[in-house]
Write a protein that binds this ligand. Structure first.
Ligand code: PEP
Ligand code: MN
Length: 292
């Protein structure tokens, strides 16, 4: 039986594209930015305006937060969704937020443009089916323990419900390394492109857990052919309700995204439709890839 009937690449060069707001995912480079969690209206709107001015084209922010401890800040829930919608109306940026519970999928759809499935829910099959049924774009984080095949199998659940609008997001995996929060696996980007038509973006914020490493990882992700970046930004990271060490200040974000956009434009002039495939690499058909 073919486990990856829908997500796998059928013809070399095939690419899934779809629109969100005025953006064509899979063609336009995605610059997703915003706070780890929505803390209040003022914080969210300040960040939304600042990241848009810096070059972001999608706003992120967590309303339902998956926290390791049940005693940590769990997010503002519905109030957070309403704040996100307000920020969207002010800036015109489409918004993405994580949904953790199948019971929250419908209400979340009323407020956001893209549903995010977090690393912890990659194997939550009822949730994957539920977001598949909505037909809304889905940003599917890689499981912290998942192989490429397991990740694509989770995407297959969404496509099997008739929803083609999936964006994969590499966010680091657990390895024996402890200096970084996770190990950002950038080799997975060209690997995805070898076997699937789905777009893949990179989240160096959760991938490294360290603000100091993010700029270099953004540049490397662009060079590896990622279709976008997702970054956490906060006006005062040291006072954030979560993920303090990895959130960029607005000034840092401006620099990081400016450099990343410059590199992307440069690579686009070197290679038409640059996606990490140079003269040295061609996109093989899925049939040539053992096991897919
Ligand atoms: C997030 O992006 O808000 C998040 C919690 O990420 P992850 O699921 O990758 O840990
Ligand atoms: Mn976070």
């Amino acid at each position: 039986m073919n486990k990856l009937k829908l997500v796998k690449l059928k013809n070399p060069g095939d690419k899934t594209t779809f629109t969100v707001g005025g953006i064509t995912v899979g063609k336009d480079f995605l610059n997703i930015a915003g706070p780890c969690s929505i803390e209040n209206e003022q914080q969210t709107i300040e960040i939304a305006i600042a990241v848009k001015a810096a070059g972001a084209n999608i706003l992120r922010g967590g309303a339902f937060k998956p926290r390791t401890s049940p005693y940590n800040f769990q997010g503002l829930g519905l109030e957070g969704l309403k704040i996100l919608e307000k920020a969207k109306n002010i800036t015109g940026l489409p918004v993405v937020t994580e949904v953790m519970d199948p019971r929250d999928v419908n209400i979340t759809c009323q407020y956001v443009d893209i549903l995010q499935i977090g690393t912890r829910n990659i194997l939550n099959y009822p949730l994957l089916r539920e977001v598949g049924k909505t037909g809304k774009p889905v940003l599917l984080k890689r499981g912290m323990h998942s192989t490429l095949k397991e990740w694509l199998c989770s995407a297959e659940y969404i496509l099997a419900e008739g929803n083609q609008k999936v964006i994969l997001c590499e966010r680091g995996i657990k390895t024996l390394e402890t200096y970084t929060r996770n190990t950002l696996d950038l080799s997975i980007i060209p690997a995805v492109h070898e076997v699937s038509h789905l777009p893949v973006i990179v989240d160096p914020s959760h991938g490294t857990g360290r603000a100091s490493l993010i700029e270099k990882m953004c540049l490397a992700a662009v060079a590896a052919g990622a279709e976008g970046l997702m970054l956490e930004v906060h006006p005062t990271p040291e006072a954030a309700k979560c993920d303090r060490s990895q959130q960029l200040t607005i000034q840092e974000y401006r620099k990081v995204i400016g450099q990343s956009i410059k590199l992307k434009e440069y690579l686009d002039t070197l290679y038409p439709n640059f996606d990490g495939m140079t003269e040295l690499t061609s996109r093989p058909t899925s049939l040539q890839i053992k096991g897919f």
